[in-house]
Design a protein around this ligand. Structure first.
Ligand code: ADP
Ligand code: MG
Length: 450
């Protein structure tokens, strides 16, 4: 199948051609026609498989072909769990909107609130946003969603994990046009909370699952190294950096304090490394991400914050300095390499503290691991004895523990009722004047990231 078989408007086709894409990926082949025919969708496919265009193209097509339901309200809202991710989607979207009459804006937590109020007053057609900040603006009446035609939730499971259930509910209730269409995307949909949410948000959705999120990513080689302790892990890391060829490396640690510590150790060794730690303000974080994207730094040390969705083509290696707590997070972390058909390496250090997480990952990947070792750095640790009961741990298993800074995530079950009771505006024209509200809130709580 070619892009030209999808029946897209000429202007969209020329941008696709400009991007150099001829064949839609599998998820694009399935999701684009389904979304264009007006269905609600719940779609999953592995990371790096092109989900972004799978929703941008039908969204653009809809705006080009259909008349707006309201004059002022946004027509398409794309929600993403993190600021970094939202920026990436926004830049892909801009490639399409810049050649059109449609305005797209980016509304993120951690940035100036009043500037965003002004941006929203310009009645954009597209909003790309993180849910916390957008819900704040919605509460204060800075824009309305009654005329919204298309609600897109990308990385839905992650948004729920970060504790955005309340904000998503609020946004869903505000976007109450009968003709609203909803598209939900994620690498992982076998997540109990996502399914409950999908039931509440989507109308007779089509399910599209391309493989399992956990199917082997063929372009990524996985290696596991046993390790004794922190010092030993550092020695393994140094050995790797000194002896192997790499383009760029993302190193994942369990805690934020470790990101700084490790980056400093690397810098002392003369390696250009930076840490995406929680202490930084948004400007500093942007700067670090930008310089890493531009290749100015070889190594980025981070926690799971950067593990979803980020599309960094030059990341040749992902190193799990510590194993992730949740097995599914492993899949997302290693998905930062091997993007768009290039090869990648995922290296994991497994010490006594990582053992249980490692066994969960092994269970998820359905493999028996042959450990690798570097000469002279073989660990004494050989693994822990298996426990009697073995259960694959998923993030839904630890509900309240892993809610990040979530303030008041309601249990999803109670949200469902709210959805079902939500009134529909139907075909009524959306006539409303904007209330001028005092803008007294400068900075909302920074909920967007843990
Ligand atoms: P996902 O959201 O599934 O993780 P992305 O949408 O971020 O994946 O896409 C991953 C990469 O693949 C991006 O660099 C994107 O430009 C590229 N890509 C998307 N669609 C195609 C296509 N049809 N052909 C080739 N490359 C594509
Ligand atoms: Mg994505």
């Amino acid at each position: 199948m070619q892009f030209s078989d999808l029946g897209l408007e000429n202007s969209l086709m020329s941008t696709v051609e400009h991007l150099g894409f001829t064949e839609p990926t599998e998820i694009q082949q399935k999701a684009i026609p389904a979304a264009m025919s007006g269905h609600d969708l719940i779609a999953s496919s592995k990371t790096g498989s092109g989900k972004t265009l799978a929703f941008i193209l039908p969204a653009m097509q809809r705006l080009l072909k259909n008349r707006a339901l309201s004059k002022k309200d946004p027509r398409v809202l794309i929600l993403m769990p993190t600021r970094e991710l939202a920026k990436q989607v926004y830049s892909q979207l801009r490639m399409f909107t810049s050649a059109s009459q449609f305005k797209a804006v980016l509304i993120l937590g951690g940035e100036n609130f009043n500037d965003q109020v002004k941006t929203l007053e310009k009645d954009p057609h597209f909003i790309v946003a993180t849910p916390g900040r957008l819900a704040d603006h919605l509460s204060q009446g800075h824009f309305y969603l009654n005329g919204l035609e298309l609600l897109i939730l990308d990385e839905a499971d992650r948004m729920l994990d970060l504790g955005f259930a309340t904000q998503l509910t609020q946004i869903n209730n505000a976007a109450d046009h009968r003709k609203r269409q909803t598209l939900m995307f994620s690498a992982t949909l076998d997540h109990a909370q996502v399914n409950d949410f999908a039931l509440a948000l989507l109308k007779k959705p089509k399910r599209i699952a391309i493989g399992s999120a956990y199917t082997e990513h063929q372009d990524i080689t996985k290696r596991f190294y046993l390790s004794d302790n922190l010092t030993h892990k550092e020695a393994l890391l140094e050995h790797f950096l000194a002896n192997e060829t790499y383009q760029q490396v993302i190193i994942f640690t369990a805690t934020r304090s470790d990101t700084d510590r490790l980056a400093n150790i690397l810098i002392e060794k003369g390696i250009s490394a930076s840490a995406l730690s929680g202490e930084l303000n948004q400007g500093q974080r942007n700067q670090i991400m930008d310089s890493f994207c531009k290749g100015q730094n070889k190594v980025l040390v981070t926690t799971d914050l950067a593990s979803r969705g980020l599309d960094l083509l030059n990341v040749s290696h992902v190193i799990n300095f510590d194993m992730p707590k949740h097995a599914e997070e492993y899949v997302h972390r290693i998905g930062r390499t091997g993007r768009a058909g290039s090869k990648g390496d995922a290296i994991s250090f497994v010490g006594p503290k990582d053992w249980l997480s490692f066994k969960n990952v092994e269970g998820l990947l359905q493999q028996t691991t042959q450990f690798d070792f570097f000469n002279g750095l073989k660990a004494k640790f050989t693994g822990l004895k298996p426990k009697k009961t073995k259960k694959i741990k998923t993030s839904s298993d630890s509900k309240s523990k892993n809610q990040g800074k979530s303030k008041s995530a309601l249990p999803v079950k109670s949200n469902i009722k709210t959805f079902l009771l939500a009134k529909e505006v139907g075909d009524m024209p959306v006539l409303r004047k904007k209330k001028a509200l005092p803008v007294d809130k400068i900075e909302s709580s920074d909920l967007e990231e843990s």
